[in-house]
Unconditional design. Structure first.
Lengths: 78, 142, 142, 78
């Protein structure tokens, strides 16, 4: 599973494309828990939403390896 | 929303208000509102040297299209143009331009303000502020 | 209001949005709002060929200065530019441009809308609409 | 007393500068009554405000021959 990282999420993860090779992550919620456990700085530095296939996803939404997944920290355009 | 009614662009080049204005002019419209966001020199008492914008481009464009569609439905806009700058942007340079044309002026004001408010909430664009003594992602702290 | 914060012009020449935009840009400002009133082809189902504006110029300028002063006091604007066209104006041409810069965007929207609303109430400028079968002064009928 | 006429007021009065040579007009109200009596089309076609020295005047304001007076029909700028 590949996860795109932007803004402060890229700084926290240390790369712009994170590859997760792990069974059992099949929902947005599951992915969020995995990310916070693996990179505890998320708790300290920022909140984030998760996008699946270029749209904001709900916690219960499914994720599969073929989805385009992205970590969306608080936006600040404009 | 038809392609000839909506113009969305994310670009590393300087933005141009005349271009955004010309796109929305219509014989059926009497009111055009434009919002231009420029880079301020000061933020909360700290001097900024420049900004750097990055974006999740395909999703940013998809979100902007959704916002424009909502604005059209709510305010009966005729044409909408949204241009956002990416990369390094200097003080007083333009970060974003939104232009909206409507039959009457009130709707143009409302639609333009709606679009910039929604853009700042939901469009995946991130701004890094550079000060003389460091830099940080705006809004990142919870 | 200091001269370098306010730019008012009544003119027979075409108006220029870039000029009005450049006047209000300021390093201390992050939000610029612009209203552009253009000539519509249709009004209440009748086709318009062109408009003709006339003005009581010294009083129009005095009233615009009062309105700008109120906008500055109420919305803490930085700079305001108000240009109004006089004489014959064709469809899609610009009748009026108002640009306002503020530290933050909400005040810029509010101040710009306040100015155009007040302009339409109290500034002695009159518009004659020309249709294919005649002409009339807008708003003249009680 | 000279009165500037704009827009539909100019059409009604038939000239852009009306000269009134008459005793007893010394308030805005008095001038208004004189204008409506002299040009009854004002009643039929439009309402108007009166400006004295380039500012809107109240009905009780005085007017003298040295003031700059103008008939301001409903404005329609913008």
């Amino acid at each position: 599973m590949t996860v795109l990282c932007f803004g402060i999420a890229r700084d926290i993860v240390g790369q712009s494309k994170l590859t997760i090779d792990r069974e059992g992550i099949n929902s947005v919620e599951g992915l969020r828990h995995f990310l916070i456990e693996t990179f505890p700085k998320f708790k300290e530095y920022t909140s984030f939403r998760i996008a699946v296939n270029q749209a904001f996803a709900s916690e219960k939404d499914e994720v599969t390896n073929s989805d385009e997944i992205a970590i969306i920290p608080p936006v600040s355009g404009g | 929303m038809e392609d000839n009614k909506l113009n969305i662009k994310l670009t590393n080049d300087p933005l141009n208000l005349s271009e955004c204005y010309r796109f929305v002019v219509e014989p059926s419209c009497g009111g055009i509102n434009a919002f231009v966001g420029t880079v301020r020199q000061w933020n909360k008492g700290e001097e900024i040297t420049h900004l750097d914008f990055e974006s999740y481009e395909p999703m940013a464009i998809a979100e902007l299209e959704k916002i424009a569609k909502k604005a059209k439905d709510q305010f009966n806009t005729q044409k909408i143009c949204i241009h956002h700058r990416l990369g390094k942007v200097a003080i007083t340079e333009i970060a974003v331009i939104i232009t909206v044309s409507c039959k009457h002026r009130k709707a143009a004001f409302q639609a333009c303000e709606f679009i910039i408010d929604q853009l700042k909430k939901d469009v995946p664009i991130w701004k890094k502020e550079f000060l003389s003594n460091g830099s940080y992602w705006v809004n990142a702290r919870p």
